[in-house]
Design a protein around this ligand. Structure first.
Ligand SMILES: [Zn+2]
Length: 279
């Protein structure tokens, strides 16, 4: 298919990223830093009907080793793995950066490397956005209420957590969750970022201070619960929204199962534990 634009003679060959669902009413052409052009169209679409929710609520913790750890109000839980392709692209970006610093400014090779870098950069951005959108549509679709932490992304970027925070594209994700929840009649709840989600035991509420990032699990010195850092944080986020209360009503058992990451629990759940990518 070709594109014909006003004031430009002839037809422009282009690669379609997807089919247009209907006749476009307008088109915008952008020039990217990598020298490529992008045409985006305005089209009318029927809004997608809301998917049927499977859970009352979920709490999400944005993580380092897992992109997101999700605890559902019915006692199930899952971790979403970071994209391997994204990691690979980022390694390649670091290599290109090194290469660029070796090249002579203004040389042919310099501009070639610079273009390659810009292309890769654009691809990484698109991958991050895509992942954030998929994850948002999954959690907003599957839950009646979505609880997440407000993160100071800009502040975190400067620390060693930066890369993972960028990976998670957290604010793109939370914005998208908000939009979908509004569209589908779901509740999106934001918990303030000072909620010490990894410092408090989700079982007994004891606060035992910050822990270094390499501490992935620990035993609560007060109640003896064995806690997984990510699930404990996700459950605390659910708790902070007042949504974990239903868990107590159905017996502390659910709560215990949610937070417990004891070695027994891991062995017991090995068969059923889901570590899934968003579809
Ligand atoms: Zn405890």
């Amino acid at each position: 298919m070709f594109l014909r634009l006003p004031k430009i003679d002839g037809e422009i060959k282009l690669r379609w990223s997807r089919d247009l669902p209907s006749r476009p009413s307008s088109v915008t052409v952008m020039l990217h830093a990598d020298g490529t052009y992008e045409a985006s169209f305005v089209v009318k679409t029927e809004p997608k009907p809301a998917p049927k929710p499977r859970h009352n609520a979920c709490g999400i913790d944005m993580g380092l080793e897992s992109l997101a750890s999700i605890v559902y109000s019915d006692g199930t839980r899952e971790k979403v793995a970071p994209l391997r392709a994204l990691r690979k692209a980022e390694r390649r970006l670091r290599k290109l950066n090194k290469e660029l610093s070796r090249r002579k400014r203004g040389s042919n090779n310099y501009s070639k490397t610079r273009q390659a870098k810009a292309r890769l950069y654009a691809r990484i951005g698109a991958q991050r956005r895509d992942l954030a959108y998929k994850l948002a549509s999954k959690v907003a679709g599957e839950n009646q209420a979505v609880t997440m932490e407000t993160l100071c992304v800009k502040g975190l970027m400067r620390t060693r957590m930066g890369k993972s925070v960028a990976d998670a594209a957290w604010s793109t994700f939370t914005d998208r969750v908000d939009a979908l929840c509004a569209q589908w009649g779901r509740k999106a709840i934001h918990i303030d970022r000072w909620c010490p989600s990894s410092q408090v035991c989700s079982q007994c509420g004891r606060r035992d201070g910050p822990k270094p990032l390499n501490v992935r699990e620990w035993e609560c010195p007060n109640c003896g619960a064995f806690l997984d850092r990510d699930y404990n944080a996700a459950l605390n986020i659910l708790d902070a929204a007042g949504l974990a209360e239903s868990l107590n009503a159905r017996g502390g058992d659910v709560r215990r199962r949610l937070a417990s990451a004891g070695r027994d629990a891991i062995a017991r759940e090995a068969g059923t534990h889901r570590t899934a990518m968003p579809h």
